[in-house]
Design a protein around this ligand. Structure first.
Ligand code: DHK
Length: 152
């Protein structure tokens, strides 16, 4: 099968509130802005993006499972599930697609409970603390990983 030229973009709980939520931490860009940033970055590489945001863990897991059908990789900001969710991690390992983990804020400089990520060692790419532009960086780096794996 030829490699699908599509990425799944996953944003977890509370990221629908981007733009109004703690702007001093997350900035003023909205979720729509984030999805456009990722789509524009992907388009440069000839990829499109399917975006999902949910406040419900199971919806995110179903979207990750569905990505097996038609996506070459996953860009994910799991929000607070980063620090709590074994099942989200298991979904990512289960589909075995390359993963880029994104955090808008620099979680290493915040509360101790944000320092641990269940996704970190599953992800091939980590972009942390670059604001919403980090989504474009994550797309660029993930496409490199995908291309490298396609070459074998
Ligand atoms: C977003 C969240 O919602 C938090 O729960 C994480 C992450 C950090 C971010 O920086 O994008 O701790």
């Amino acid at each position: 099968m030829t490699m699908p030229r599509r990425l799944l973009l996953v944003n977890g709980p509370n990221l629908n509130l981007l733009g109004v939520r703690e702007p001093e931490i997350y900035g003023t860009a909205t979720l729509s802005d984030v999805e456009r940033i990722a789509s524009d970055a992907a388009a440069v590489h000839g990829f499109d993006v399917r975006a999902v945001q949910s406040n419900h863990e199971g919806v995110l897991i179903d979207a990750i499972h569905d990505a097996r059908e038609d996506c070459a990789g996953i860009v994910i900001n799991p929000g607070g599930l980063t620090h709590t969710s074994v099942v989200l991690r298991d979904a990512l390992t289960g589909v075995a697609l390359p993963v880029a983990e994104v955090h808008i804020s620099d979680v290493s400089q915040r509360e101790q409970f944000r320092h641990f990520s269940y996704v970190a060692d599953v992800a091939a790419v980590h972009v942390i603390g670059e604001g919403v532009d980090g989504y474009a960086t994550a797309v660029d780096l993930l496409v490199e990983v995908i291309a490298g794996r396609a070459e074998g």
